[in-house]
Design a binder for this molecule. Structure first.
Ligand SMILES: [Zn+2]
Ligand SMILES: [Zn+2]
Length: 408
């Protein structure tokens, strides 16, 4: 065998082996593609907890993001002033969330021990604004907790922070999630997100986008509001600060967060925030957006926003209604969002406007629906410039969920 022939034979042999290998590889790949099972693919969800009563509860309105003079960037806004105002406008609950960095984490010996931190009519949650290098979050708690521990851990890895949040048994919430001081942490350690910050509705578009991303990826995350107001009415004109002008536009209740609580207690407010029976209105007098679903089309509503049910493959009737003071003779526009995308637009009118639509949620995989309501602004005379800044945004609901895994 000549050297050339040998080389040729080797080459042909190698070519054959390579072809054979290529064939095997192609087969192996197609086999892999054919049998690969994604362990995270949607499967049928197990039995879900029963849906709580739709009637056994009370709607409570409040504000979840407020700064008193215990925050150094606030002015003319004592704890007593905030509580007296809240009471005068009929708020049921508030959470004063002073910046913890202004007191080195010691919120408990500042805001909460202020002699003015008491009320016999307004429920006062315990909270603070966790003010960190990576952004801000609010804590809502029915009782005092060790905020110092959360402050101390603020620059650690999320896995360390998450463990502390769990140990403290607090409701942590992402504040103003886009823009300056956005919540730069994992959303796996929060139970709610501030989708409506301050009276200026238009600046919340990116917050809504982040919320839809979190919902679409399986996180049952409550959307809530917060005025983030810092400045109160000065006792006399000479006490005014350069920010006093804000008081007329952004104060307690711009926007207002409504919770459907099982009782009039701080714990029930926090529980409602966690379970998502929550909606947000431009102000305390703007109508409340209620969103229900009738699973068996018997005309009786079976679920409200925040509730999660197994999809049966049968059509579901959804109902949106506005409760409270609507502007007479006006039309309200409802934008329904399904799984992060616009689904349908509806219109409603009348004294107690109601509108319905029907859809069949998929039996496999998650589906959620939420609504935003636009229409004429309802005046808030105690904060007179707020309604102009919220524009035609009236309110938004939390989602109604199908097939969301409670153990996600
Ligand atoms: Zn903040
Ligand atoms: Zn704030």
């Amino acid at each position: 065998m000549s050297k050339t022939t040998f080389t040729n034979s080797v080459c042909v042999g190698l070519l054959l082996i390579m072809t054979a290998c290529a064939g095997n590889t192609a087969r192996a790949q197609s086999t892999t593609a054919g049998t690969h099972i994604n362990p995270w693919a949607p499967t049928e969800v197990g039995p879900l907890p029963p849906i709580a009563s739709l009637s056994n509860g009370v709607w409570l309105k409040g504000d979840l993001h407020l700064h008193s003079n215990h925050s150094k960037d606030a002015s003319n806004n004592s704890v007593g002033k905030i509580i007296a105002f809240s009471r005068s406008v009929g708020f049921d609950y508030i959470c004063i969330t002073d910046h913890d960095n202004h007191v080195n984490g010691d919120v408990a010996n500042n805001t909460w021990t202020d002699p003015e931190f008491k009320s016999d009519s307004v429920l006062l949650l315990y909270g603070g604004e966790w003010t960190t290098t990576r952004g801000h979050g609010n804590v809502f708690s029915a009782r005092p907790y060790d905020h110092q521990r959360l402050y101390d851990v603020r620059d650690q890895r999320d896995v360390v922070i998450g463990a502390i949040v769990k140990e403290l048994d607090i409701h942590l919430s992402a504040n103003h999630p886009s823009g300056k001081d956005h919540f730069g942490f994992s959303y796996d350690m929060v139970k709610s997100i501030e989708v409506w910050n301050s009276c200026i509705w238009s600046k919340n578009a990116n917050a809504i986008m982040i919320w839809d991303d979190m919902l679409s990826s399986g996180r049952k995350l409550t959307g809530r509001g917060g005025s983030d107001s810092h400045h109160g009415e000065p006792d006399s004109p000479d006490k005014a600060s350069k920010n006093t002008y804000q008081r007329k536009a952004n104060y307690v209740g711009t926007p207002t967060t409504w919770v459907f609580a099982t009782s009039r207690t701080t714990q029930a407010v926090v529980d409602a925030l966690t379970n998502g029976r929550v909606c947000v209105s431009a102000g305390p007098y703007a109508p409340r957006v209620e969103f229900f679903a009738d699973l068996d089309q018997d005309g009786k509503m079976d679920m409200m926003m925040g509730d999660n049910s197994k999809a049966t493959g049968k059509p579901v009737k959804f109902r949106i209604q506005l409760t409270g003071k609507t502007v007479p003779d006006s039309v309200y526009t409802i934008n329904v969002v399904k799984n992060g995308d616009p689904y349908t637009t509806l219109r409603m009118t009348g004294k107690t406007p109601v509108v319905e639509f029907t859809d069949t949620p998929a039996t496999l995989g998650r589906t959620y629906y939420r609504v935003e309501v636009q229409g004429p602004a309802t005046a808030y005379p105690q904060v007179p410039q707020s309604s102009a800044l919220s524009g035609n945004m009236v309110g938004l609901s939390n989602p109604i969920y199908f097939n969301f895994d409670p153990n996600f």
